[in-house]
Design a protein around this ligand. Structure first.
Ligand code: GTP
Ligand code: SPV
Ligand code: MN
Length: 604
């Protein structure tokens, strides 16, 4: 075991101690320290073992166990020694109570197996946050290693010089067919011991449950670290828009709940979407770390190295950029989509026409589609939370400075979600407290990204509900403190691409067209348009939006998505009061913002 560490060039004694202790505890038979340069070999091993299947040249398919296809929010716990860290949403438990439970589940669990050691950095190397971005994930699962290589910067050289400053992350897959997922006897436990910077996840090989650098560290642990160290960690996309006419560039960060449009927004606003005037650059699609630098400038970066995107409805028309990023040779991995071993092809709902020749096609469960019983004929081929994994490098409009450890200036912060009524296309807010209040009251329909939640209306503060690590009142105060320190106050906005008509259709075409309201927001911030005041923010005047090329139906529906429904909003305000009322120590500034909006609505 020690040899494996020495051969891999690990000299950091704290890493050696951590790995050795867990190798003993789990009883691992072998150990392998991995780096990004091991990718080709591990892919071949995965293919040979049947864990992966080829998709054309240089792309891969994997299927996870059918009861293990999304994050489990009920089984996710934040543990610390201090009960003050208990929030409404973080599922807080005392670490003295939960740590022993997971440790017991992991004891001896790797007998006869290989323990992969994944040293990683959740940041571009060389940032001021390196010490908080470093981690070592231990896992028994080769597919998890391959995903981590895509999603993080992996290799001992990333962290060997950082001493004990790394997150200790242990992942054990467990016997997936005998974990009683979703029953009262559920054995899965996904624990972040935030004050010990330790992550212990047992019982899944899927995405946010298993790629510990991404969600458990990059969002959950990091939000705790950010609270203690003065920066924000959010489930945000990050993009830049340049107006070639004025030469100005605006960077916008934004929170949308899981599977609600971050990847698509950050990627698909391709340069040609609105004629030739704007240039759009991709920075990140799921996580942003945001801070105020020594000059008082609000900045942020994407700590990830890749994209773990929702496959459903990704196609040449909705998101050509994503399609470009998952071409032969890209190294992309598709998970839980439909697969055809004969043609080595993949398919998902909304990819394009459904294959008419069923020969060879298998659905996300691995069942032969041609053999389906009649009552299952219309079941989806792909799981609604099926995904593709690819690296930032593969994204054609990735920003030149995407891996600059200094990050980029942030000019705007937006929130949005799946909201079928009430929320207009866009409303801007200049006041920071009102912007923070707006984020805290983000309400939307939940999606298939979490087990058993699809369609339920719920509040999801800043889109961080599943990832919050401490109390919401403290979280709100932290937001006010960090943004308050910036000399470049960002403009805030709430957007909604998902308003529906009475017939259920989306009233706004969305996807690439979402550039139009964002351009309006840039122009609003620059004082080039003034919009119209409403109690809940400034919304565009119809003529201020760039409408060239927008289709007839969208033009006809436009007035509806630019309307504030007073009665519906007043109903919402009562719900908000109840929602905010649950939070301990909510700052008075947030209540004041709530009351201001209420008063404005009354006289509207
Ligand atoms: P996570 O990775 O789970 O955090 O999700 P995300 O917020 O990045 O979601 P993503 O962009 O992958 O979108 C999820 C689903 O919403 C996909 O099926 C998209 O096709 C769909 N979607 C995204 N943008 C739009 C839009 O503007 N309009 C409509 N109607 N659907 C959209
Ligand atoms: C999400 O669920 O918000 C994701 C995907 O980004 S996962 O990595 O599975 O958490
Ligand atoms: Mn996400």
């Amino acid at each position: 075991m020690d040899r494996a560490l020495a051969d891999a060039g690990v000299t950091n004694q704290a890493v050696i101690d951590f790995v050795t202790q867990w190798a003993e505890h789990t009883g691992a038979e072998r150990m392998e320290v991995v780096s990004a340069s091991d990718d080709a070999r591990l892919l071949q091993e995965g293919l040979d073992a049947g864990e992966l299947q080829p998709v054309g040249e240089g792309m891969y398919y994997s299927r996870s166990y059918s009861k293990d296809t999304a994050r489990s929010e009920e089984r996710t716990i934040v543990a610390t020694a201090d009960e003050q860290d208990r929030g409404v949403y973080n599922n807080w438990k005392p670490s003295s109570q939960v740590r022993p439970v997971v440790e017991e589940l992991m004891k001896g669990a790797l007998q006869g197996k290989t323990m992969y050691v994944i040293p990683y950095l959740m940041s571009p190397k060389g940032s001021d946050l390196d010490e908080l971005a470093a981690g070592v994930e231990l896992t028994d699962n080769r597919s998890v290693v391959l995903q981590m290589i895509r999603m993080a910067r992996v290799g001992i050289e990333m962290i060997d010089d950082l001493g004990d400053n790394f997150v200790k992350a242990v992942h054990v897959t467990g016997d997936l067919e005998n974990l009683q997922q979703g029953t009262p006897e559920d054995k899965r436990n996904f624990v972040t011991v935030a004050d010990e910077r330790t992550i212990l996840h047992y019982g899944s090989s899927y995405g946010g449950n298993a790629l510990l650098g991404k969600i458990a560290h990059g969002l959950r642990q990091a939000s705790y670290d950010g609270w203690k160290n003065g920066f924000l960690v959010e489930q945000f996309m990050l993009l830049g828009i340049t107006d070639k006419e004025t030469g100005k560039k605006y960077n916008i960060a934004g929170g949308f709940p899981s599977a609600s449009g971050k990847t698509n927004l950050a990627m698909t606003l391709a340069p040609d979407a609105l004629g030739d005037r704007f240039y759009v650059e991709f920075y990140g699609d799921d996580i942003a770390w945001i801070w105020v630098d020594g000059d008082g400038v609000l900045r942020g970066f994407n700590p990830e190295n890749g994209v773990f995107g929702v496959a459903k409805d990704t196609n040449e028309k909705t998101n050509p950029t994503a399609i470009d990023a998952i071409q032969p040779g890209s190294g992309a991995i598709f998970t839980n989509v439909a697969y055809n071993p004969k043609t080595q092809d993949v398919w998902w709902e909304g990819k394009g026409p459904k294959p008419t020749d069923l020969d060879g096609w298998m659905d996300w469960k691995g069942e032969v589609i041609a053999d389906r019983a009649p009552e299952h004929a219309d079941d989806p081929w792909a799981h609604p939370n099926s995904r593709f994994t690819t690296t930032l490098e593969q994204v054609p409009n990735v920003a030149k400075d995407y891996d600059d450890p200094k990050g980029v200036e942030i000019h705007g912060i937006i929130f949005g979600g799946r909201t079928r009524d009430r929320e207009p296309l866009i409303r801007a807010m200049d006041d920071t407290a009102e912007g923070v209040y707006d984020g805290l009251t983000l309400g939307a329909e939940a999606t298939a990204a979490a087990d058993g939640k699809e369609g339920v209306l719920r509040y999801d503060p800043m889109s961080m509900r599943p990832f919050l690590s401490y109390g919401e009142g403290d979280y709100a105060q932290h937001w006010l403190d960090v943004i308050g320190r910036a000399k470049n106050q960002p403009v805030f906005a709430h957007v909604n691409w998902f308003q529906r008509g009475e017939d259920g259709r989306f009233l706004w075409p969305g996807y690439r067209e979402n550039l139009r309201p964002l351009v309006w927001l840039m122009q609003y911030r620059a004082g080039e348009v003034e919009g119209q005041q409403t109690p809940v923010g400034v919304i565009p005047k119809r003529e201020e939006l760039l409408l060239d090329g927008l289709d007839e139906q969208a033009l006809a529906d436009l007035d509806t998505v630019l309307t504030i429904d007073k009665a519906r909003w007043q109903e919402e305000m009562a719900n908000r009061e109840e929602h905010l009322g649950q939070f301990r120590d909510l700052p008075e500034e947030i209540w004041e913002a709530h009351r201001r909006v209420n008063e404005k609505l009354e006289s509207f």
